[in-house]
Design a protein around this ligand. Structure first.
Ligand SMILES: Cc1ncc(C[n+]2csc(CCOP(=O)(O)OP(=O)(O)O)c2C)c(N)n1
Ligand SMILES: [Mg+2]
Length: 540
């Protein structure tokens, strides 16, 4: 039965949003979107506001990533929307179902030079799955439903609507469209069987599982497939923690050995991009499992590439009816490499150096992080180390910016994470450079009583740029920041608290205070600027 709704454009939008399970909005004030606030305010729909629109979109993205439901940002016309474009683009790269609702200058005098008059669609269309201007209030529920359906349909991604002033302020009525979850895409069964046979028959197979495994609620199916076919599993993005670290098939450190030795590499739910050597694993054959045909890589010729609902595909892998080659020696070989790397890491994480090296920060952090803690990385080298030394114990508890690599996600992701999980530890790992993009939003967190812990790896430089530039040119420019800057004092001034740590022995107590503080708390760790994360390609 369809429900009839009436009211102004804001009320009509909210009715459709609620029907899809949207439970809050992130925004920065602007008159063009007042009706959306009015509808929210009068019905107790939570509004969280920020100091820069990028944080609103990143917060919405964190909700979408963590909770696997749509996240909503409401941005005012013109500059509000343009400030949100990097967030939208990140959501597009990450396949996050984010909806941005934008204000828009009035249609009836379009072209006369109204305040903030610009056509947003050409800007956002390339980075959204659905972008539309909604010209009448009556049309709002249909448009919201269409946008959210597009966002939630694999391959997922952001959607954008804008409302001309007179459309959102005027009153209309409409039927609330029924909410129908997207039907699972069924992969070609022959392709699935071919892939399963390749993996089962391989001598040295490896699985690399990425964000879409979590987004597609296929974590259990991944585990079943890995166990049934006895394949070691590596993860990236939101896939991290998909197998608990103590699982006999869970690997993290032996990746290089695994990819060098593998004869079949199975990449599930993540693109064959720069993070995975563009899908070039030497002589190994590649199986690319994707959640929609659009995600098949055009630059690689995989041996098989089933495209469809990941849960169904992985479940079919688990039920592969044929024989399985014995992988015990291969798994044991990787376990040896994994254990050796872990022992090296443990030494680095305990090292007593002056100045502190990033590894030690993570060594201390591991002692205080709960298994369900949510860790967020925003920065260069400091975050690469976080990826190396932190082992998420649960899927959906690690937020990195994804392949778009946009600095500035920190406080927005933190806000979305805190709103999603009021009772879990939220810890942002930030470079001092990255801090400059979003630290002002500590004010938003403090004012709205959203405590989080921020650990800054303060090396006084844009490390991930300075070191490579020196290596390339023998000098560097535009890569220095003020050494020893008191980012903790900034947070204090904004309503939080914090402290600076210079000695490794002081890290543990400082982190303990941070997680007990009940306000945004920044631990400003002065780290060794000469320390550079070892990487083969340094362009970022
Ligand atoms: C919005 C944006 N601007 C610039 C870059 C390029 N970039 C990548 S890493 C990096 C340095 C980050 O420095 P910092 O946050 O201090 O971390 P560090 O490498 O020093 O640990 C820069 C500038 C980017 N990825 N995103
Ligand atoms: Mg730095």
């Amino acid at each position: 039965m369809t429900e009839r709704v009436e009211g102004h454009g804001g009320e009509l939008a909210l009715a459709a949003l609620r029907a899809h399970g949207v439970r809050e909005m992130f925004t920065l004030s602007g008159g063009h979107v007042f009706p959306l606030y009015d509808a929210a305010h009068r019905t107790g729909f939570p509004i969280y506001d920020v100091r820069h629109e990028q944080s609103a979109v990143f917060a919405a993205e964190a909700v979408a990533k963590l909770q696997r439901r749509p996240g909503l940002a409401v941005l005012t016309a013109g500059p509000g929307v343009t400030n949100g474009v990097s967030g939208l683009t990140s959501a597009f790269f990450n396949a996050s179902p984010v909806l941005v609702l934008g204000g828009r200058a009035p249609q009836f005098r379009w072209g006369s030079g109204s305040l903030q008059e610009m056509d947003h669609l050409p800007l956002v269309a390339p980075v959204t799955k659905h972008a539309e201007t909604v010209f009448s209030a009556d049309d709002v529920p249909r448009a919201v439903t269409a946008a959210l359906t597009a966002a939630l349909t694999p391959h997922r991604g952001p959607a954008f609507l804008d409302f001309p002033l007179e459309a959102v302020f005027s009153v209309g009525d409409a039927d609330l469209p029924a909410v129908t979850p997207p039907a699972p895409i069924e992969a070609d069964p022959d392709e699935v069987a071919k892939a399963a046979a390749l993996i089962a028959g391989a001598s040295r197979p490896v699985i690399i599982a990425g964000s879409d495994v979590y987004a597609g609620d296929a974590v259990e199916a991944l585990r079943a497939a890995a166990e049934s076919l006895q394949v070691p599993v590596f993860t990236n993005g939101m896939g991290r923690g998909a197998l608990p670290p103590e699982h006999p098939l869970a690997f993290a450190k032996a990746r290089r050995v695994a990819l060098k030795g593998a004869d079949v590499v199975v990449v599930v739910g993540t693109p064959l991009d720069f993070r995975l050597a563009f899908g070039d694993f030497g002589d190994a054959r590649v199986v690319h499992v994707v959640d929609a045909p659009s995600q098949r890589a055009g630059h690689v010729e995989p041996a098989a590439s089933p495209a469809g609902d990941l849960r169904l595909i992985l479940t079919a892998f688990a039920g592969h009816p044929g024989d399985r080659a014995d992988h015990a020696d291969w798994i044991a070989q990787l376990r040896t490499a994994e254990d050796a790397a872990k022992a090296r890491d443990a030494e680095e994480m305990a090292a007593e150096t002056d100045p502190i090296r990033p590894a030690r920060v993570y060594g201390e952090l591991r002692k205080v992080l709960a298994p369900d803690a949510i860790t967020i990385g925003d920065g260069g080298d400091f975050v690469s180390y976080a990826g190396k030394y932190l082992e998420p114990a649960q899927p959906g508890s690690w937020l990195d910016p994804g392949p778009y690599g946009c600095l500035g996600t920190g406080m927005g992701y933190a806000m979305g994470a805190r709103v999603s999980h009021p009772d879990r530890q939220i810890c942002v790992l930030m470079g001092d450079g990255a801090a400059g993009f979003s630290l002002m939003d500590v004010e938003s967190l403090a004012r709205q009583r959203l405590p989080v812990v921020i650990v800054v790896g303060n090396n006084g430089i844009w490390g991930l740029e300075k070191h490579p530039m020196r290596a390339m040119y023998g000098y560097d420019v535009a890569a220095d920041l003020q050494p020893g800057l008191r980012y903790d004092k900034v947070v204090e001034a904004l309503g939080g608290a914090g402290e600076t740590v210079e000695k490794a022995a002081d890290l543990g107590p400082a982190l303990a205070r941070a997680f007990d503080a009940g306000v945004p708390y920044l631990v400003n760790v002065l780290t060794d600027p000469s320390d550079a994360y070892p990487r083969s390609s340094n362009l970022a």
